[in-house]
Write a protein that binds this ligand. Structure first.
Ligand code: FES
Length: 238
């Protein structure tokens, strides 16, 4: 495997050609914020929280969907990047109804953690307050569009790990929604296996187990990687 040399935050680093920049950044022990990325799933490049600056370019690069290149010089933390990430978090809050105090994932939500990290204690943008529904038709799980950040982790785990592709996205922009099958109540889906992987990887309170919607509902975002590793290495039960 050919190696390339690049510079990350003034540090010379070697990486495999074609390797994902986010992975290399994290291997260096740098704490890069992400939301749509999840180990074990394909990259989506949707949330843009993982952006970096590249020397010689005015564009910001989403590191999760950028392959390393020979001699590239990137910066992972700057005032500009901090301001940009904070703005992204604010816009996510403004787009839907994220009322943490009455959310089932209060204190265990990745969006809330990002808000704390970037000092988002108020919004500089007018919230849209859309009127959105909650699908509680499923026997065990609920889908609350009010809390969804459209990271598509649920869609990808359903397709790439469970292999059923029950969930998908419908619409564009602020009208975008996660749907089951052909946009029908979740309980009527004929493809859903009730595995709950979608719930385990959801970073917010958009998907939750009905019975545990209080202090006990810890999620398992490590699940896709564990399953993938288990399948690859045949380490089940090990
Ligand atoms: Fe890279 Fe979301 S983690 S765009």
């Amino acid at each position: 495997m050919a190696l390339v040399t690049l510079t990350i935050d003034n540090r010379k680093v070697s990486a495999e050609e074609g390797q994902n920049l986010l992975q290399v950044i994290r291997e260096q022990g740098i704490d890069m914020p992400t939301l749509c990325h999840l180990d074990g799933l394909s990259e989506r490049g949707g949330c843009r929280l993982c952006v970096v600056e590249e020397e010689g370019s005015s564009k910001l690069l989403a590191s999760c969907v950028t392959a390393v290149r020979e001699n590239m010089r990137v910066t992972t933390g700057s005032d500009r990047l901090f301001r940009y990430r904070r703005m992204l978090v604010e816009l996510l809050f403004a787009e839907r109804n994220h009322v943490c105090s009455v959310c089932v994932m209060n204190r265990r939500c990745e969006l809330q953690s990002l808000a704390l990290r970037f000092g988002v204690d108020h919004l500089r943008y007018d919230p849209l307050y859309p009127r959105l529904s909650t699908d509680v038709s499923h026997e065990k799980y609920a889908l609350d569009h009010n809390r969804c950040v459209l990271c598509a982790r649920c869609v990808r785990v359903c397709d790439e790990v469970e292999g059923v592709h029950t969930l998908d996205m419908m619409g564009r922009g602020v009208s975008c929604r996660v749907i089951a099958d052909l946009n029908q109540p979740w309980a009527t889906s004929r493809t859903c296996t009730n595995c709950g992987k979608c719930v385990q990887v959801c970073p917010t309170g958009a998907m939750y187990i009905k019975e545990t919607f209080s202090a006990h509902g810890e999620k398992r975002p490590d699940l896709p990687k564990r399953i993938r590793d288990g399948r690859e290495k045949h380490t089940w039960g090990g």
